[in-house]
Design a protein around this ligand. Structure first.
Ligand code: COA
Length: 494
């Protein structure tokens, strides 16, 4: 008998298919959550042991112990067989003599004894260990063998390892802080939405110092060094599920497992922007990476292809990374690439028009209604085109009217405000309030360009504190806006 056709016949297999797809997705999500749980103790442990804690001010083990004592809310155990007390804290001769559970171990002893210390961690039931010590894969074949042993011990006891040869972790919320740079030399950045992961400790420090100086908030930081166990993909996956992180920025010298990294990155960018700075693009850079963290940089063309396929945003220096991270942390993705520019400086307007085009965006064709509405309010010398030059005598009210009109204009997807704040008619403090009044009332991303020195710097800081990304040059403002356009396109599936 011929099979009846019709909707019933096609519906059943489709329902089954949907059901199984849902189940597969759920099972995969469960797997990801399980893997991420193993990373959590690095950032949010109940208790920490600093192994190699020292009372000597210039020692790495001193700085790390001090960081935890000063601001970590969980339990802290200092381990050193040669000291009874460090920084007025009881010191234990070994991890096994600690009477309570230890979740995270921070290891800062010479490479040759890290293995035995890690073995002790395993016996104690430690869940995660940050190994600050150098002298492993990056230093040659003997070091590589020692590193393999660490991996074997970590597998035997199910301990996750960060490092060796790393700075470890900074979490602005739990105040886990394994950075061995004293706080008077490197101020820790405030809490915020940008997570930064870095293979290199020094690059990480430079980024954090910059963030602290500019009062840019950081959620989490991890420097994972040789990536013997925890690698860039593990951290990316973990941060994707971190509610405090809105943007993930990464510094890479090489990728440990290309396929794993690409598949994680592809998933993560669906929900959070990922900015990537990868060095080792040239022969000289690749050789330097090999001796720095023992990394193989791989072909730059292949990396570019991975960036394209996964929807990450590639940058080429720290400033670019920092600029784009702020824009993505504070502003929504743009619906399209049509930009409105409002300025009180004709020259700056011309420069920004160039930059908009260079970045693959275009100046919006403002609606007739927008232009006629503003023409009725403004003096005749105001240029009612895009860029809209409000004139050197523009006051806050003129900016407010123009900003309100382009927000309402459906031919505009995003806005760049270029303000020369030195002109006498601008009231600086209320200028910030005027812009902030528009915040949250529309979904058009906004970046600001405030050129100049001291006066501009003060007002730039006020904007930054209120999460409006603000830049000293047209090129940086346009580049950052273009990242919002690209991310908006990715989110909209274009
Ligand atoms: N458990 C706990 N502590 C121990 C120990 C053990 N089994 N054995 C020794 N210690 C103590 C030592 O007594 C010493 O304490 P003290 O200062 O009170 O004497 C402390 O641990 C440190 O050991 P020490 O031999 O003095 O080493 P160090 O402080 O000179 O160097 C490292 C240790 C880890 C800092 C060093 O080997 C290193 O790797 N430095 C480079 C780190 C780096 O650059 N990492 C990469 C960053 S991106």
């Amino acid at each position: 008998m011929a099979r009846p056709c019709g909707p019933e016949n096609t519906f059943k297999p489709l329902a089954v298919l949907l059901f199984t797809t849902k189940q597969v997705v759920k099972a995969m999500e469960k797997e990801v959550a399980k893997r991420s749980q193993t990373i959590t103790p690095f950032f949010n442990p109940r208790s920490v042991a600093v192994i190699g804690a020292s009372g000597k001010q210039k020692k790495i083990g001193y700085v790390i112990a001090k960081n935890f004592i000063e601001s970590f809310a969980g339990k802290i155990f200092l381990i050193n067989p040669n000291a009874r007390e460090i920084l007025s804290h009881q010191c234990y001769p070994s991890l096994s003599s600690v009477p309570e559970e230890v979740e995270l171990a921070v290891i800062a002893v010479p490479a040759k004894i890290v293995g035995e210390v890690l073995e002790e961690c395993g016996e104690k039931g430690v869940k995660a260990a940050v190994i600050i010590s150098s002298g492993f894969k990056e230093s040659g074949s003997d070091g590589a063998k020692m590193e393999e042993e660490l991996v074997m011990i970590s597998r035997k006891y199910n301990i996750r390892l960060m490092g060796p040869n790393c700075m470890g972790v900074f979490d602005s919320s739990t105040m886990v802080d394994t950075l061995f740079i004293p706080r008077y030399r490197l101020k820790r950045p405030p809490r915020g939405k940008i997570a930064f992961i870095s293979q290199s400790g020094a690059s990480g420090i430079a980024f954090l110092d910059w963030a602290a100086g500019e009062k840019i908030g950081i959620s989490k930081f991890a420097s994972y060094g040789n990536a013997a166990d925890v690698d860039e993909a593990d951290l990316l996956e973990f941060l994707a599920g971190d509610s405090e992180t809105k943007v993930i920025a990464m510094y890479l010298e090489g990728i440990k497992e290309g396929r794993k990294f690409a598949s994680v990155a592809r998933e993560v960018t669906k929900n959070k922007p990922v900015i990537v700075l990868k060095s080792g693009a040239t022969g000289s850079g690749a050789r330097a990476a090999l001796s720095h963290t023992g990394s193989l940089s791989g072909s730059d063309e292949i990396f570019n292809a991975v960036v394209k396929q996964t929807g990450m945003i590639r940058v080429y220096d720290w400033e670019e990374m920092f600029d784009i991270a702020r824009a993505l942390a504070y502003q929504p993705g743009a619906r399209g690439n049509r930009v409105a520019v409002i300025t009180n400086g004709g020259g700056a307007g011309v420069m920004i028009a160039d930059e908009i085009e260079k970045q693959g965006m275009k100046l919006a064709d403002l609606r007739e209604k927008t232009l006629s509405g503003l023409a009725a309010k403004f003096p005749p010398h105001v240029t009612l085109r895009n860029p809209m030059d409000l004139g050197g005598d523009a006051d806050n009210e003129r900016f407010q009217d123009a900003l309100g009109a382009v927000i309402e204009d459906d031919s505009v997807d995003s806005i760049i405000l270029v303000c020369i704040p030195h002109t006498p008619s601008i009231d600086l403090e209320s200028f910030v309030d005027m812009v902030l009044d528009t915040k949250g009332k529309n979904d058009k991303p906004l970046t600001i360009c405030l050129p100049g020195g001291r006066v501009s710097l003060e007002i730039r800081e006020l904007f930054e504190e209120n999460e409006i990304p603000t830049y000293p040059t047209p090129a940086r403002a346009a580049l950052s806006l273009s990242a919002l356009v690209r991310y908006g396109r990715l989110k909209n599936g274009a």
